[in-house]
Design a protein around this ligand. Structure first.
Ligand code: ADE
Length: 259
């Protein structure tokens, strides 16, 4: 996979690229990440990338020219060996579609992504309308720019590319891939301070372990993210188990608060 990142703070990517998943994927030859400085595509003495908003108001707005030129230049440079017109051009913005595991899975099947990091009060709307093909937000909060969101998108996507993670089965089982939060994990020692590992995990009975893990996943999803259960794929037996969890939790809550 190739990922091109367009930013006015390219140095922010230096250390993430030198460790963890990005380095691992690059060392395996599975990722080529290129960071482009949008300022290199300006033509004035001060390398201006922002300007005052038409209509007035606070803050500055990212000019469209340098962003268009940066993305279009990179597209022409790679035209020979890529179906460049179909490459997703993703604008990171708090107004975008909320990033999900499903979106990450879709993007991981692409061979090339372009990520544009916005800044200031916003980016000229013509970038959103006529250059970007997708707008992604990483959550309902506002960051100072699109760099950290771009790293988040790149990380969620890269780890799904076949071969990047050691064990091919692991991404399929984890939180969100199954529509549920993941079950709890334990490793040695079996007793740490006063806390013991659940007995079933030491039993060697794989069917029991699997059943326990599934029930744990259902229980904690109900406790922490009940909204996810609407879309979760549960068997009739699991639905019954969920109902019993809900009933017993209501009992616990009633017991704790007699009002
Ligand atoms: N830029 C600023 N805040 C953002 C967010 N929540 N998601 C994506 N890009 C952003």
């Amino acid at each position: 996979m190739r990922i091109d990142i367009f930013t006015i703070f390219p140095e922010m990517f230096d250390s993430p690229l030198n460790g963890g998943i990005f380095k691992r994927a690059a060392d395996q030859g599975l990722l080529k990440m290129k960071v482009h400085n949008i300022r290199d595509y300006t033509h004035d003495r001060h390398h201006t990338v922002d300007d005052y908003p038409y209509g007035g108001g606070a803050g500055m707005v990212f000019k469209p020219g340098p962003v268009f030129e940066a993305v279009e230049t990179v597209k022409t440079e790679i035209k020979d060996n890529d179906n460049v017109e179909g490459v997703p051009v993703i604008l990171l913005t708090p107004q975008g579609e909320l990033l999900s595991q499903e979106i990450a899975e879709g993007l991981s099947r692409q061979s090339h992504l372009m990520l544009i990091c916005g800044h200031y009060e916003g980016i000229d709307e013509r970038v959103a309308d006529h250059l970007a093909t997708m707008h992604i937000s990483i959550g309902d909060y506002v960051l100072s720019g699109g760099e950290v969101p771009a790293m988040v998108v790149a990380d969620t996507v890269i780890r799904l590319v076949p071969g990047v993670l050691g064990s091919p089965a692991s991404p399929l089982d984890e939180s969100h891939s199954t529509g549920l939060l993941e079950y709890p994990h334990y490793t040695r020692p079996a007793k740490f301070r006063d806390w013991e590992v659940p007995q079933v995990l030491l039993s060697g009975d794989h069917a029991e372990v699997n059943r326990w893990r599934r029930e744990q996943a259902i229980t904690r999803t109900w406790q922490r993210r009940p909204d996810l259960l609407e879309k979760a794929n549960l068997t009739a037996k699991e639905r019954m188990f969920l109902e019993s969890v809900k009933t017993s939790e209501r009992g616990v809550k009633r017991g704790a608060d007699p009002s």
